[in-house]
Each structure stands twice: as C-alpha cells, then as structure tokens.
Design a protein around this ligand. Sequence first.
Ligand SMILES: Nc1ncnc2c1ncn2[C@@H]1O[C@H](COP(=O)(O)OP(=O)(O)OP(=O)(O)O)[C@@H](O)[C@H]1O
Ligand SMILES: Nc1ncnc2c1ncn2[C@@H]1O[C@H](COP(=O)(O)OP(=O)(O)OP(=O)(O)O)[C@@H](O)[C@H]1O
Ligand SMILES: [Mg+2]
Ligand SMILES: [Mg+2]
Lengths: 263, 263
Amino acid sequence: STRIFTVANQKGGVGKTTSAVNIAAALAMGGLRTLLIDLDPQGNASTAFGIPRDDLQGMYEVINHDLPLRDVLVQVSGYPDLYCAPATQSLANSEVELVSLVAREMRLKKAVTNFLNESAEKNQPFDYVIIDCPPSLGLLTLNALVAAKELLIPIQCEYYSLEGLALLLHTLSLVQEHLNPEIKLTTIVLTMFDGRTRLANDVAASVRQHYPAELIDIPIPRAVRISEAPSYGQTVMTYDPISNGATAYMAVAREIANRGVGI
Amino acid sequence: STRIFTVANQKGGVGKTTSAVNIAAALAMGGLRTLLIDLDPQGNASTAFGIPRDDLQGMYEVINHDLPLRDVLVQVSGYPDLYCAPATQSLANSEVELVSLVAREMRLKKAVTNFLNESAEKNQPFDYVIIDCPPSLGLLTLNALVAAKELLIPIQCEYYSLEGLALLLHTLSLVQEHLNPEIKLTTIVLTMFDGRTRLANDVAASVRQHYPAELIDIPIPRAVRISEAPSYGQTVMTYDPISNGATAYMAVAREIANRGVGI
Ligand SMILES: Nc1ncnc2c1ncn2[C@@H]1O[C@H](COP(=O)(O)OP(=O)(O)OP(=O)(O)O)[C@@H](O)[C@H]1O
Ligand SMILES: Nc1ncnc2c1ncn2[C@@H]1O[C@H](COP(=O)(O)OP(=O)(O)OP(=O)(O)O)[C@@H](O)[C@H]1O
Ligand SMILES: [Mg+2]
Ligand SMILES: [Mg+2]
C-alpha cells in the first residue's frame, strides 16, 4: 500500500522543502510512482519543480473547495514517475478560512484517500506521497499530519533545531490521540551538516543518542549545489547528479525505501 | 520618540531572530535603551539571551490575558541597557485563541503603548523596541505589524528568499490600509551572505536594484561564530566581538541609528 509521509518542522529554514523535493525525485528516479503535495503557501516545492504558480488551481481549491486532487496534478518534467500538486498564491488564505469549516483537519486526508483509491482502480497506484509543510503547526500542517501514515522530521545541524522538537512531538501525540492513530515518527534526516564545526557534530550526536531508530544516519552536507538547483527550476538530482548533495539524498531515499514502514 | 521595529519574513530560517537579537545587542552596547519582544512561540530570541522559558510568564499572558508588559520584562545579563519580553511555551496557544478575541490585531500595540508611556513617566524612556516574529503571516505577526512604526526585513541570500517578498509586502499594505497607517518598510538586511557563490551575489544585486533606499548594504556574512553563539546563551557581540559577524551587525546597527526614520 502507499506510503504517505509528512515532512514537518515548525522551525523555519531547516530543509523541509529541500528534503521533500530531493527525496521525492530520488524515489521517482528509482521507478517508484511518487506524488509531492505542496502545502506551503510559499510554494517553494512547486518552484523547485519549475511549476508556474500564477494561473493554476492548486492545493487551496483542493482543501478549501473540495476540488479533486487529480484536477490539480502536474507531471514534473524530467521525471516520468513524479507528480506534484502545487501550492498557488491563494493557499495563503487557506488557514484563516479553514478555522470555521466542518472537519477542518480532515480535508486533506479525504482528498488524498479519494485520489489514491481512484489511482488504484485505474491500475496506476502510487508508491509514495510526500507532503511539504509550512514552518508552523497550524491547520495546514495538522491536515498533513492527519493525512499521513509517517512523519519525516528534517533537523538542521544548528543550535536552535533541537529547541522546537518537543513541541512538534507533543503536537504529533495530540494528532495520534484525537485525529490519526496511524501516524508514526519513522524518519529523521540531518540537514545542512558541516562536519568541520563542533556545533553540527554536537547536534548530530544528540540526535543519534535520542532517536537512534528513527535517524537515517546519512547527514545531508551543506552544499552550494543544493541551494543553487532551485534557481534553475531543478532538483539537485538532475542539476548536479554526482555532487555530494545529490548522492546523499539518493542514499537517504534508498534507505527510506529499504526500511519500509518497519519501525 | 521610541523607534519600534518589527522583524518579519514568513520565509523560515532567514535570520530574523539572529538579526533581531544582534541588532538589539549592538544598539544597547551603544547606550541606547532597547527592548526586544519575542513573539515567536519557538522562543529562540529568549534562548539567545540565555533566558529560561519554563516557569516564567511571558508574551502569551501579555497578548492573551492583558498582563502588563512591565511584569514580564527581563534585564539581559551582560547588557545594562537591554531588556527582553520572553516567549514562553504557552505562546504556542496564542494564535488559535486570538482568532475569536475582540480587537485581536491590536493587543500588542495596546501593551507596548501603555508600557512606553509608563517608562516615559518614570523618566526611563526606551529608544528602541524590536519585535521578533515567527515564520508566518498569522495573528502574532499581524500584532507586531500593528504595534510597530518600522518594518525590518531580513533577506537570506538564497534563491527562495525573493519568492515570498511580494506576499509580505502585500500583507504590509493591508495593515497600512486597515490597521496601522504609520508602519513603513524602512530597513532591509542581507543575511548569510557568502560572496563566493553566484547565487548570493545575484540575490544581493536584485535587492540593490529594487530596494536601494531601504537596503542597508552591509551584507551579514555566513559565519559559524554567529550560529555558535546561541549555544552559549550569548549573542555574537559578546561571544566573539571581533569576528566578522559581530562587526557586520555592529555596522548595520550603527547605520540604522544614523539613518533615523528618514525614509
Ligand atoms: N544541504 C543544504 N546545503 C545548502 N543549502 C541548503 C541545504 N538544504 C537547504 N538549503 C538551502 O537552505 C534554505 C532553507 O532550506 P528550505 O527552504 O528547504 O527549508 P524549509 O524548512 O523548507 O524552509 P521553510 O521553513 O521556509 O519552509 C534554502 O535556501 C535552501 O536552498
Ligand atoms: N550570518 C549567519 N551565519 C551563519 N549562520 C547563521 C547566520 N544567521 C543565522 N544563522 C543560523 O541560521 C539559522 C537560522 O537563523 P534564525 O533562526 O535566526 O532565522 P529565523 O528567520 O529567525 O528562523 P525562523 O523562521 O525559524 O524564526 C540559525 O541556526 C542561526 O544560528
Ligand atoms: Mg519549505
Ligand atoms: Mg526566528
């Protein structure tokens, strides 16, 4: 059955989008049918795939106006097995409007469930769904936590990164208790790792100690090629496939696929 | 009269907290009485000043329960002219509760105005108030935009940084039109600048072209000493005062003070 990941961390700039985009691309390069859902009003994941955000319908219409997910799907050029449900500018209005809607936390789950059922009936099942979240624990991230079966937390190897973890895990336990008993924290990825600094090594050591089972101990290095790729509308996988950034994300994706949902 | 800055950008991890904390510290080192208000539930600014966040009352009680700002103020050790109104864990509940409160966008403004009036009466006026915001355009950031007279936008020298600017400036114009005609975008600071990369130079050139008057053209370099400082509960100003990060923030603070509100 389809693995559904939410990539979340309310700390900003920790590599949520970069991890979601590059892991999705790597899985698709391995022949796995993958859908990336961009739930961040900034639409950075849509940009990373070179998808224009102006005149399209996107995740706002899906979540707030019950448009079927299949109607917003875009096939990502250069990756036959990769699709994206983009975030358009209007998604910025979503959270405020969701507050007073019925079943406000369940809207994405309904859309994703319907879509996956349709795909299976058409004999084009998806292997992975990856949801990129904004840097907050508001209703968009809650929708993602309800729709998903697995949580992937990117942790930047910097001091502030561990601060917000307790709040994120507390939110996860509330979701498990009241909205989605199925979701589990299965994957932690270390991002922007600069092995020359004491700080990065300290953070990595702390994560290894506290989350040995969830951690994929292949730190993603801080690498300029990774941050340059989106300016060409590409992922680092195609922008510079032999760079250490691309090979690290490839190895992380392979480990995710190999582990299965075992934890 | 007191200059009141909001440091905002919904893009995550662009250096809002790092800029707010180090500019506030630099102003205080120059003998200017400065208050930093931590409006981010993550409380990174409070951490940077070494303020414990567990058992205190903080900005949640001020905004949601009308506690006077003076009751949460903490004098920052090592800086006689620097005070902080910390964010405690409970601030995470603030936005959801604010939605249904009367005058929900004006609560911080009221608290700040009362506080500044009291301080003036006691002959201890403040020269600067700096408000650190979370990475979103929700009710906490709106409260900050309503309470402030000036907006300072940190722009990380990376590709995604310019994407969100239009949305931020649109939100600013809504606030100017309906809630606070006084606020102006007066200051833009370039952060995490690595002059060796084409990307950083492209972003800097673009900002110089579009916002020549607002930009303080002293890019803050990407520097490990800046990101290490919070792990010692210090700002880089005292952690490593002769580092290029500290001297850059010192120069930016001096430029802010010299310019006055002229723009
Ligand atoms: N391993 C890396 N090496 C170098 N730069 C990186 C790396 N990973 C991410 N970046 C850059 O760091 C910045 C932040 O990353 P990204 O936008 O993916 O984080 P995010 O958590 O999605 O941010 P937000 O909280 O705004 O959604 C981006 O400019 C990105 O290009
Ligand atoms: N000039 C710099 N050089 C190196 N590291 C930096 C620099 N400025 C900030 N950092 C580091 O980058 C990370 C992001 O910075 P910071 O937390 O200040 O951003 P922010 O915009 O406040 O994030 P958020 O959106 O989560 O509030 C932090 O780990 C910080 O220590
Ligand atoms: Mg992102
Ligand atoms: Mg911050």
